[in-house]
Design a protein around this ligand. Structure first.
Ligand SMILES: [Zn+2]
Length: 225
């Protein structure tokens, strides 16, 4: 029994522990792996592969890579009108002179702006909420850019507000919350038609379906039971 334990079982156990606590020959490498593995979808194994790949590149190339990421994080701005990401105070959409500034499409994230822009079917401007109301995730209306939207409508800046949030419970809750807030103002409130299946996130919908949904928008009140 003892013989079996020391000769067979213990080495397997020790090997497993060793694998769990990967030893690195360099603290610098270990730090790089730890940082890279903080990225979503990157495990320790992938992080090690990426770190070793970077090690094989020219120092100047790696510097350009890290400088680019640093500049992106440090210098990016949020459009002061719609909260889209931007290099200037106003994003290129808000600053564009061909857009109808009186039709405002309400979306959750910057990725939704990109998805709708890719359809080429929307000529208005956007308002990025920064998420949806989700008590489960601790997101309340105050965490989102809802007051800023209400101010635009109260100031008479919009003829139409178009809801283009995900067809999820949280998206519906957010639509209804904003609808209630804005119903006191003389503004048309519409929603993109739900050719988009329930539960779909906007950015995963194909361009043709999304484009059609934008063109065939319907009064929001019609969607209320
Ligand atoms: Zn903007």
């Amino acid at each position: 029994m003892h013989f079996l334990f020391y000769s067979k079982i213990l080495p397997i156990f020790a090997f497993k522990i060793l694998k769990m606590y990967q030893q690195y020959p360099s603290l610098l490498l270990e730090n790089a792996v730890n940082e890279l593995s903080r990225l979503p979808g990157i495990g320790k194994k992938s992080a090690l592969r990426l770190a070793l790949y970077l090690l094989r590149q020219d120092v100047a190339d790696v510097a350009r890579f890290t400088d680019t990421i640093s500049a992106f994080r440090n210098e990016i701005k949020y459009c002061k009108c719609c909260f889209n990401i931007s290099d200037r105070d106003l994003c290129s959409i808000c600053a564009g002179d061909k857009r109808n500034r009186r039709i405002i499409c309400v979306v959750e994230t910057i990725r939704d702006v990109m998805a709708i822009e890719n359809t080429g079917q929307f000529q208005g401007i956007y308002h990025v909420l920064g998420g949806v109301i989700s008590p489960m995730d601790g997101v309340s209306p105050d965490d989102l850019n809802i007051n800023e939207l209400e101010k635009k409508v109260a100031d008479g800046e919009a003829d139409e507000i178009v809801f283009a949030l995900s067809a999820t419970l949280e998206g519906d809750t957010t639509n209804y919350f904003i609808f209630k807030k804005l119903s006191q103002f003389p503004v048309k409130i519409t929603t993109i038609s739900r050719g988009i299946a329930v539960g779909d996130e906007l950015q995963y919908t194909d361009e043709i379906t999304l484009g059609r949904s934008l063109l065939n928008r319907i009064p929001f009140e019609k969607t209320l039971k």
